[in-house]
Design a protein around this ligand. Sequence first.
Ligand SMILES: NC(=O)c1ccc[n+]([C@@H]2O[C@H](COP(=O)([O-])OP(=O)(O)OC[C@H]3O[C@@H](n4cnc5c(N)ncnc54)[C@H](O)[C@@H]3O)[C@@H](O)[C@H]2O)c1
Length: 258
Amino acid sequence: MKRLADKVALITGAGRGIGAAIAFAFAREGAAVVLAELDIETARQTAEQIKAQTGGRALAVQTDVTQSASVQHAVSEAEHAFGALDVLVNNAGINVFCDPLTMTDDDWRRCFAVDLDGVWNGCRAVLPGMVERGAGSIVNIASTHAFKIIPGCFPYPVAKHGVIGLTRALGIEYAPRNVRVNAIAPGYIETQLTHNWWNEQADPAAAKQATLDLQPMKRIGRPEEVAMTAVFLASDEAPFINATCITVDGGRSALYHD
Ligand SMILES: NC(=O)c1ccc[n+]([C@@H]2O[C@H](COP(=O)([O-])OP(=O)(O)OC[C@H]3O[C@@H](n4cnc5c(N)ncnc54)[C@H](O)[C@@H]3O)[C@@H](O)[C@H]2O)c1
């Protein structure tokens, strides 16, 4: 029996990176997946690959998580195509890394619009149905920035702290209705986002090596390693796990210093 058989899942930002890996993993475990993505071309390509490689059902829907009506539209499309949603993964996110005092108001708003409002827009769109049906699992992709600070990365960690707060608050609010809300805090994961950050540094190769040297396992994570945890939280194997956060960082956040 596949672990997500007969479930319907919507994953935001699933055109590439961690979101795409989650959509693949969910489809392999039997879920019908909806890829709610700003960049519709990547979402369509990923949906086609999922169908071809897993034989599962996948649908791409252009979605801007900063707009509640857009997220609501994606949920309606998902329900029309596959039926009621069992799982939501709020994965879409952007890096906004600034110095606090030189950051613009626009940087602050751009960060919060995607990284925190986007998560709330997703939750608000699916919660009424999940509460009515008395079942559902929401997985929010936070970050180790949700409890650790790297100077010069403001205000991303502020928004990610908020994601943990939102996860805990909604997890408690809807626990009596059997709707679980959890988060995953990935450490460094090799995606385009990470490559972009290295490429912005003066010496990208040295920046990459410095990142690897920081890791207890001397490597960074793969998107599939986050996806495995998302499958677990979304599945019926985690019925009593709620309002919490699972860290997937190879132990990095437990390390004081070498
Ligand atoms: N890569 C890492 O090291 C890392 C570490 C910790 C947390 N995270 C978090 O994991 C999540 C995914 O990161 P990733 O590394 O896969 O990034 P990525 O940039 O590779 O993928 C993010 C996807 O989100 C989409 N997106 C951006 N804005 C959107 C919007 N407004 N509406 C809908 N989709 C939108 C992008 O088009 C892209 O396809 C993010 O929330 C990120 O903060 C990543």
